[in-house]
Write a protein that binds this ligand. Structure first.
Ligand code: 6R9
Length: 566
């Protein structure tokens, strides 16, 4: 049944979401209380909340009551033993194990701020984020302990490292390190901290063009937006089995891999295993997944194996499919329809927006290649880059802009208010992406407006890579750009000028690549290094990444009047 978009804009409001959540302005509001305790109080304690499948296929299940007791035990430990106070930052540095999900919610119960970190980050990437936030504690597994210990030497504010798995390798813990086997501690009650809609909740770091990554600070009230978009866009209903393939180290894995779906009381599937198309189809079939949220890179990898592996499985449980993170190619949408008989619905948003802002809504015609229209409860458009005035011409490219406020917009960049205010122009929040609108108001994505690299749906800042490169003894100058790639959308390409005494070679290239992978992450590792005499810069010393990018793409280099002389 076709839905009238204009009618949805009248019906779907944040106020309605607040009513449905039983929230009244000025009353306490806590994400974990809504996602867990509320369901148990409503008599749904026995409902499955989490179905977790590990590498080897072992399955662990948790009801909402399990989540309640385990988050209570964890919150007691944090408050009583670790002396975590409201507003302290507590980092999660865990694989996609159940402790990550319980850990996230338990931290929120104490009133502290939870800071998720991707478990493949190297020690430099960890230090950059934890030093900026001055985190008080980090929770991790033994397999990551070496990295965390190394980072700790540079983190004077870090008081406690909490290790959540059993000691199998005989590694002894040191002073300032605590053992906490989450699964062994349950409590029926915990006095949840009196947090409010504007109380800080989640601190998510995102990559920027210059300087350290920026910490987007979110508040407990963001749940209003994550709840409503999960319901209206992802179409999640009470009895759904929902699978979000994102890791909670990234915002999709928290907004829509924890908060949104559990605010609706849905069952979530988590697969903690590497990618394989057959394993993914098996997951959908085995757990009878009904709603699936994934990313274009994954869809392109599935496409490579064709429709035949899909047809071998019984995937009739699937009702709705969505995508996020990078542009969704029209071929991927058409292929999805051929393979699953359903459309992939594109969703556009950012760490900073906290929830989906532009999307193809369920039940409405999908235009393959378009991101869809603004989420009905908010206003989004494209604006002139200099003035922030909305563009009315069909097809003319401008910057994607969203009208503030809305419940999940970041409240600031931690330690970086000036950059936060720089994101607003003429009363609009500016996303930093370019798009155009068609005659029906559908958004067509063009590209990013800055140098941030989008590799497989993950943003990587050129500055962080360049800084890591410079620490290699052979590197004198460096620049990093995103190079178009058919599978990952972009991969990192680095340009390096060597110090005297070093000669370019394949071995050196490999050595530099690995150096970056260890310091930052596999995502940030350059897939290609070009050795150059010097890196193009402006007279004031700024790296001209756009010049390198244009050369790479064989495009006109543009205005180079500020470029340093050769
Ligand atoms: C949720 C998330 C945000 C950036 C964003 C844009 C790109 C996200 C997209 C998309 C085209 C889509 N992006 N969704 N580009 N079509 N549907 O990914 O957050 O990691 O902060 O990245 O990702 O460039 O500005 P985040």
């Amino acid at each position: 049944m076709a839905t009238d978009y204009e009618q949805l804009r009248r019906e779907i409001t944040w106020e309605r979401a607040e009513r449905e959540l039983g929230y009244r302005e000025g009353e306490p509001l806590n994400i974990a209380e809504i996602c867990v305790d509320r369901h148990v109080e409503a008599g749904l304690g026995d409902r499955l909340a989490l179905v977790h499948e590990g590498h080897g296929g072992e399955i662990r299940q948790f009801t909402f009551r399990d989540l309640q007791q385990l988050t209570n035990g964890w919150a007691h430990f944090l408050r009583g033993d670790v002396c975590i106070r409201p507003l302290d930052r507590v980092c999660l540095f865990l694989d996609k194990v159940p402790e990550l999900y319980i850990g996230f919610l338990g931290v929120l119960k104490t009133g502290a701020v939870v800071e998720p970190l991707f478990s493949a980050f190297g020690d430099d990437a960890l230090v950059a984020r934890m030093a900026d936030s001055r985190a008080a504690a980090i929770i991790t597994q033994r397999r990551h302990l070496g990295k965390v210990r190394k980072a700790r030497e540079r983190l004077p504010d870090l008081k406690t490292i909490i290790v959540v798995d059993h000691d199998e390798d005989g590694k002894k813990l040191r002073e300032g390190e605590a053992d906490y086997h989450m699964m062994d501690h349950r409590e029926d009650h915990f006095p949840v901290a009196a947090t409010y809609a504007e109380s800080p909740s989640v601190l998510h770091y995102t990559s920027g063009t210059t300087g350290a990554p920026k910490g987007a600070m979110h508040v407990h009230g963001s749940i209003v937006a994550q709840y409503l978009t999960s319901k209206v866009v992802l179409d999640i209903r009470e009895h759904d089995v929902y699978w979000c393939t994102a890791d909670p180290g990234w915002v999709t894995g928290t907004s829509y891999g924890i908060i949104g779906p559990w605010s609706l009381g849905a069952t979530q599937v988590v697969l903690d295993a590497g990618f394989s198309s057959d394993r993914w189809y098996e997951t959908i079939e085995k757990h009878a997944v009904t709603v699936w949220y994934t990313a274009p890179t994954a869809i392109r990898m599935l496409m490579k194996d064709g429709v035949e592996p899909v047809k071998r499985r019984n995937l009739t449980s699937l009702r709705h499919m969505c995508s996020v993170g990078e542009p969704l190619n029209p071929e991927a949408v058409r292929w999805g329809h051929e393979a699953f008989g359903l459309w992939f619905h594109d969703t556009f948003w950012q760490t900073e927006t906290g929830s989906i802002v532009v999307t193809n809504l369920p039940g409405m015609p999908v235009k393959p290649g378009s991101m869809g229209r603004p989420f009905p409860a908010l206003s989004a458009t494209v604006v002139e880059p200099k003035t922030g005035i909305p563009i009315t011409d069909v097809g003319r490219v401008g910057l994607i802009a969203v009208k503030p406020p809305w419940p999940s917009l970041m409240r600031t960049y931690w330690n970086n208010t000036a950059t936060f205010y720089g994101k607003f122009l003429n009363g609009w929040y500016i996303c930093g992406d370019q798009a155009s609108l068609d005659a029906e108001g559908y958004f067509w994505f063009c590209g990013r407006d800055d140098d941030v690299i989008n590799t497989a749906g993950h943003l990587v800042g050129p500055f962080e890579i360049e800084s890591a490169l410079l620490e290699h003894p052979a590197v004198a100058e460096s620049a990093a750009i995103g190079k178009p790639d058919p599978l990952n959308m972009e991969v990192v390409k680095a340009f390096v000028a060597l110090r005297p005494g070093f000669t370019a070679s394949e071995d050196l290239e490999l050595d530099i690549m690995n150096f970056v992978r260890k310091k930052l992450s596999p995502l940030a590792m350059p897939q290609e290094i070009e050795f150059v005499e010097k890196v193009p810069k402006t007279r004031s010393g700024k790296i001209l990444r756009r010049v390198l990018k244009a050369r790479e793409l064989g495009q006109p280099i543009g205005d180079v009047s500020t470029m340093e002389d050769d």
